[in-house]
Design a binder for this molecule. Structure first.
Ligand code: ATP
Length: 198
């Protein structure tokens, strides 16, 4: 009899530590689908998507050296929220298909999907459990400034476009508190135990 596969969506706001926690999951042998990275791979590989994005932005989305025209995409998205929505409307369905194929192909009993916009994009419907990573706002801001060198205002603008920790936690099946104080390993132990003992 084949073992039941459990998929966990790991979500959280900018700087909450989703990637940090997913690296800890990988250390435990859990495969992780990093949605942002995979969305970029999809744009690099999917010719139809490339054509649609090039038509939308008015310029080639792939540069002559085969890399993604990130400057074009950023400039297009920076024009306003509805522009970002046009890009999402093209990229999300393709990335979601990619995620579904990936989930289907996995053979590990537990797998994870890291996705900032898990609920906003509806990807939560494709995973068995949704886990929200939370951290106090000031901790998140300091992490992102430290990691990317962005200004505080830039981080606040991105946060304003995302769900709050409370909204995410209310939708999630569980929470991992990554405030830099509460140890993560026992929380991950608890999460994995509660999933695999069901
Ligand atoms: P984004 O949505 O911007 O990609 P994220 O939620 O994936 O953010 P991470 O990149 O995992 O956030 O974390 C932000 C920064 O904070 C990184 O530099 C990471 O190494 C650091 N960090 C996160 N959690 C911890 C922790 N518990 N201990 C030490 N550093 C941490």
């Amino acid at each position: 009899m084949s073992q039941k596969k459990n998929s966990i969506g790991i979500t959280g706001g900018i700087g909450s530590g989703k990637t940090y926690i997913c690296r800890l999951l990988e250390q435990r042998g859990i495969p992780v689908f990093y949605t942002d990275y995979e969305a970029k791979q999809e744009m690099l590989e999917n010719r139809q998507l490339q054509k649609k994005l090039s038509d939308l932005t008015g310029s080639p989305i792939i540069l002559s050296d085969g890399t993604l025209n990130k400057a074009l995409l950023s400039a297009y998205i920076a024009q306003g929220e509805q522009y970002a929505r046009h890009v999402d409307a093209l990229v999300h369905p393709a990335t979601r298909r990619r995620m579904r194929q990936w989930l289907k192909a996995q053979t590990c009993p537990v797998v994870a999907v890291e996705c900032a916009l898990l609920f906003e994009s509806g990807y939560n419907e494709d995973v068995d459990y949704a886990i929200a990573v939370t951290a106090p706002e000031e901790v998140k801001i300091a992490r992102v400034i430290n990691r990317d060198g962005h200004s505080r205002e830039h981080v606040l603008r991105i946060m304003a476009l995302q769900l709050t920790d409370a909204e995410r936690a209310a939708k999630a099946d569980g929470v991992i508190v990554n405030d830099g104080t509460q140890p993560l390993e026992p929380q991950i132990d608890h999460l994995l135990h509660s999933i695999t003992s069901k």
